[in-house]
Design a protein around this ligand. Structure first.
Ligand SMILES: *Cc1c(COP(=O)(O)O)cnc(C)c1O
Length: 492
């Protein structure tokens, strides 16, 4: 069967992978999904000897079927190069019988680099393939990490511009500096007076705004998305789960066919959905564990079958997971409705209207391979301290949420991989205070040195880069002025 992409809200949509990447979001507001999840055409035993780039190719070629081998390999080579500070790109580190899959060795030291270092190449290749000569404007809402990773990926990429919105008071000091010091002629960054959900809803509204699209088209401009709603972000993420499983086999940590669990610190549900796709491709994954912070809307959903975002939004020490509307969940909902686009659409409408929806018993049963857990702020901090004191390994706040959940829910007789999504340097204040309260009043920048010392690791280049960089971006706007702001930036 030919692999193509349809919309979660309209099964009759039929576009190629490159068209789906170019558009970002389907015209009906749905998300693009493959009409089936392909299997790997190589065994884990064969994957053992592959490096990261080869693994990425083996995975991505199954999904991005209208890219030629040359195009895809070219994108992969440009993405996974010495921007990463380790040749293995995504090292799997064994600490005390748990495996931390370190996804933070790219340019901005968070896992978003895994996909956003390749997305610009996929997107410009897709534009060429489809003879699209409009300028592509990447419109992005960020809870802190996507924004910087997208800007780093798209800065000065010909034929593109990028505009990023972030919640003014919802990101760490390092995250904010990373964004406000970003160089590039095609880059704009705006702080909004609101939270991440406001930013994401505002961006989504602009995507769905037909008038605006017409106006843009008249000027030779079109929007695309670098958020994880873009299938071009999701697919590259499948690769590292395949890579990690192959490494476990290579190192004799598992036997052929032995099942493992995967725990993922979750916000927008992109990373864990990639793990789910990896499982469906044939990886020996048993349980997928969705780990939440105090914004535990997903935990409650997995427990009760009711998704309800009507609750207080909590600012936590793991800000990249401070999300109440997990947009990628729509792709899972679509699968568990039995790929029923009408049903999916109705549920998403209910979410938009009432902030909640309830799934049927049939659907709930299909969620049996995904379980949820969560960690409170105190548990997260305690977990950082526990792991450090026991092993000397320092994890960041997001990873700590997953690590806590893993420690609590995973059984000892099954191997478990934890997706380690950010470097502790990025959230140094929370991390150091968790290890010792005496750092509470210390200067964040001074703590970076202390972290080097206690963790016996080197200061990442991404941190060195911002220490004396000039602040370039100071724009701010109200939540209801996002469209106006974009029009101003684009001189419409
Ligand atoms: C984005 C992010 C997450 C959440 O990932 P999703 O794909 O949105 O679920 C977790 N940790 C960090 C550090 C992130 O940047």
């Amino acid at each position: 069967m030919d692999l193509h992409y349809k919309s979660t809200r309209d099964s009759n949509v039929n576009v190629t992978a490159s068209q789906a990447i170019l558009a970002g979001l389907a015209p009906d507001g749905g998300l693009f999904v493959p009409n089936y999840i392909p299997s790997l055409d190589v065994s884990l035993d064969e994957l053992k000897s592959m490096d990261y780039q080869q693994t990425a190719y083996a995975v991505m070629k199954q999904f991005l079927t209208d890219f030629t081998e040359e195009e895809l390999k070219d994108c992969i080579e440009k993405a996974y190069d010495d921007k990463f500070d380790t040749e293995s790109i995504a090292p799997l580190v064994k600490i005390d019988n748990t495996y931390y899959l370190e996804l933070f060795h790219g340019a901005t030291i968070a896992f978003k680099d895994m996909a956003l270092s390749i997305l610009p190449h996929l997107l410009t290749t897709a534009a060429k393939k489809n003879q699209a000569d409009n300028e592509i404007v990447i419109l992005t809402a960020t809870s802190g990490d996507t924004g910087k990773a997208a800007m780093a990926g798209f800065a000065d990429v010909e034929g593109t511009r990028i505009i990023v919105f972030y919640p003014k008071d919802g990101v760490s000091k390092v995250q904010k500096l990373q964004m406000t010091t970003q160089k590039g002629n095609n880059v704009d960054v705006v702080a909004i007076h609101g939270n991440f959900d406001n930013a994401q809803s505002g961006v989504k509204a602009m995507f769905e705004d037909r008038e605006l699209a017409k106006e843009l088209n008249g000027k030779g401009i079109q929007f695309s998305s670098a958020n994880s709603i873009n299938i071009g972000r999701l697919i590259p993420q499948v690769a590292y789960y395949v890579y990690a499983c192959a490494k476990l086999l290579e190192n004799g940590e598992i036997k052929e066919g032995e099942k493992i669990d995967v725990v993922v610190p979750t916000g927008n549900f992109g990373n864990i959905l990639a793990a789910y796709y990896a499982k469906k491709m044939g990886l020996p994954i048993d349980k997928l564990v969705c780990a939440s912070n105090e914004n535990k809307v997903l935990f409650d959903f997995l427990k009760t079958g009711t998704y309800d975002k009507n609750r207080e939004f909590v600012l936590t020490s793991s800000p990249s997971m401070d999300i109440l509307i997990s947009s990628n969940l729509e792709r899972l909902i679509y699968l568990i409705t039995g790929e029923d686009s009408e049903k999916t659409k109705a549920l998403m409408e209910a979410l938009k209207q009432n902030g909640r929806y309830e799934i049927s018993d049939d659907m709930y049963e299909k969620l049996s391979d995904i379980t949820g857990g969560y960690a409170t702020e105190e548990q997260t901090a305690d977990e950082i301290k526990r792991v450090y004191e026991k092993t000397g390994y320092v994890i960041d706040t997001h990873t700590a949420v997953a690590s806590y959940v893993c420690n609590k829910t995973c059984s000892d007789d099954k191997k478990c991989i934890i997706a380690s999504t950010a470097s502790p340097y990025k959230f140094v204040k929370s991390v150091m205070t968790a290890i010792d309260k005496k750092y509470t009043d210390a200067d964040e920048f001074a703590l970076l040195e202390t972290l080097c010392e206690i963790s016996k690791t080197q200061m990442p280049q991404a941190i060195k880069d911002i220490l004396d960089a000039e602040i370039i971006h100071t724009a701010e706007c109200d939540v209801d002025k996002m469209k106006e702001t974009v029009k101003n930036i684009l001189s419409l």
